[in-house]
Ligand binder design. Sequence first.
Ligand code: NDP
Length: 408
Amino acid sequence: MVDDVISRRRFIQVGSGVAGASLAMTAGMAAAVVQAGSGVRVIGRPMPHGVDLPSAPPARRRQDSVGVAVVGLGSYALNQMMPRFAQAERAHIAAIVSGSPDKLRTVGDAYGVPPESRYSYEAFDRIASNKGIDAAYIVLPTGLHAEWAIRAFAAGKHVLCEKPMALSSADCERMIAAGRRANRKLMIAYRSQFEPYNLEAMRLMSQKAVGDIRLVRTEQSYRLAPTSPSENWRTNRALAGGGPLEDYGIYGLQSALYLTGEMPESISATTFRPTGDPRFAEIFAHVSSQWRFPSGAVAQLVASYDSAGINFAHVRGTQGVLIMDPATSYSGQKMRLEVGTSRDLTPGDPSAQFVRQINHFADAVRDNIPIRTPGEMGLRDLRLIEAIYASAKAGRTVKLASDGRMRS
Ligand code: NDP
């Protein structure tokens, strides 16, 4: 959890228009700005603090290794994902894409990316002619995912896209259609779907380890430091949507689905946005929802950017309870099963989730295996997010079809 919070605290900025962009371009920062089709802009950002670059370029392990272009050298890419490529059996960093010439140089040198495979956003479309690049890993602010995934498909590349997939189901549908047209793979980087604790929890719940599930509760919260939409993309509606639900609450949303193995048939929700707080000028501070599943089970989900840090999932059944706290961190997961007696479970190393995710993507590209977290899953989740906001706005329960579309 702590590392989740640190990565979110980095000063990162954005602007959904010219004013925001010029604000972001401070002295000494050669930022490239490109107008994206959605109206939001890509902007190069300075190197985040505390990044450990490799002392020697990682070696490529296999001949059939998938060459990946990392698009957006932000905190998550530099601190979490890029170092994990060194452990991946079948994928390597073949190119980098950034609006910061400084990062292109230092990160490119550290990872052994040849100068001709370092791209500005303006030059991005030229990846099409680079045969060493099989795929693009889109790790930009969320409001930019659709645009850049679609451009990657147009360049003939496969796409691994960070969560959440996009900010609307319409954008998810455009991404899926573009991938199909290009006959390329689309995977959403839902790392918890590759993490040993969450995989064990799924297995236990499918075997009814707590009996019939009656209640799932999830909460993903932390307190945003003072900031504003022009300083931090996570508070900018064009780049972050409603805020905490898309960014952090998506883990609880996913957990509620994979722990119950069901889709909700109705959702009622509420949102809160305080007045006069620049952090919440454009996004919500809290989003809370209650779901009812066809089995009769209920889920209660909370996501907040303004309450003390927590990241848990609880499942209460007719026979016992499963407690995951922290549930979906980068590392340090804890899980307890209470059925008669209480048992702490330690199914594996949570930090394996990153490399397993990369390996799965590479296997899908090379061996054409079905993707565990495809675009359709990202689309499903965006439909549920839209239902949550629709319910909160209308002040009533919304009913859902089995694919997550709203029925009323
Ligand atoms: P950062 O703000 O740290 O990095 C985003 C990077 O995107 C910037 O450094 C910049 O890279 C580039 N960028 C391009 N345009 C903009 C813009 N307008 N405003 C800000 N940055 C811009 O974000 P994160 O790394 O934390 O998040 C990136 C993505 O990764 C998001 O989709 C997020 O949801 C996801 N994420 C996933 C996590 C997980 O656990 N799976 C955890 C954290 C984030 P450059 O300077 O190179 O151009």
